[in-house]
Design a protein around this ligand. Sequence first.
Ligand SMILES: Nc1ncnc2c1ncn2[C@@H]1O[C@H](COP(=O)(O)OP(=O)(O)OP(=O)(O)O)[C@@H](O)[C@H]1O
Length: 325
Amino acid sequence: MSGEISGGGLHSGPKGEATIEVIGLRKSFGSTQALDGMSFTVRPGQVTGFVGPNGAGKSTTMRVILGLDAVEKGEALIGGRPYRSLRCPLSHIGSLLDAAALQPTRTGRNHLLWLAHSQGLPARRVDEVIEQVGLAKAARRKAGGYSLGMRQRLGIATALLGDPPVITLDEPFNGMDPEGIVWMRGFLASLAQQGRAVLVSSHLMSELQDTADHLVVVGRGRVIADTSVRELLAGVSRGRVTLRTSVRTQATEALAEAGAAVTATGPETLSISGLVTERVVEILGRNALPFSEVSAHRASLEEAYLELTRDVVEYRGAVAGEAAR
Ligand SMILES: Nc1ncnc2c1ncn2[C@@H]1O[C@H](COP(=O)(O)OP(=O)(O)OP(=O)(O)O)[C@@H](O)[C@H]1O
């Protein structure tokens, strides 16, 4: 992957330029409360994952950030300013909302040229972004024949046209093959390393594993958790040990006798809490029980998400009064 985005290196600019601030957004569609006090900040130099189940309000929030939807309350600011006050918006914020929204008879390159022209950006920039997203071979073909993964790449190229410090991508992993997903992860990380603020929505937590530095988890139009990925995973992993053994039943008995809480997580795997790894190894050794792995548990984002959403009901109860205000 080329990390050569023009103006590369750490994105410099006025302090706070590379931020998105979402402040108390409220919006309803008829009787559906799509946004119910949505608030969070996207910081520069990080990939922020914007995660939540279908209908949680992710796309609506992104549309509000981009000035496409009005709200009843609250505001969204890009580098301290609302979208509609930005001159040459593509050089402040790049976005991918709907990769399928293309003129099918236009080539990928012409699609970009038309956009660049409308924003007073040089044609040279079009070829740079085509190269960056790996579309050089397909750029002169009609976009109507592109796979969804190629459309996503074209959408990213569009977002990068104005070399913006802030980038928002709605479900960019949709339709990507495994190779495309690996590419996308690395590419997003490189954009953040250049100092950009990158907001990426997904309804699948697993897509953001090894990509997001920070997570904003949403449900029913509001934020459930706003946390760094490191802290989230550490909280979930804390004090748990993974054991792989062919004698699961005997191991469970021996460990339970020593005071551990043991849960089967697979045909040959157990998750243990209440004992450190050294103690687990000692107990297995003392009982002459074979094992192929004993390790401190490393939680997946998916697991962390399940833990988080388990508390959602309680959390919602605690903030219900606040929301009613
Ligand atoms: N134009 C619209 N008209 C009516 N209801 C809408 C409209 N746009 C969104 N909604 C509703 O608002 C809520 C939030 O939708 P939104 O698309 O923002 O969620 P999402 O988190 O992006 O979900 P998904 O992952 O499915 O895209 C949903 O209940 C949705 O049905």
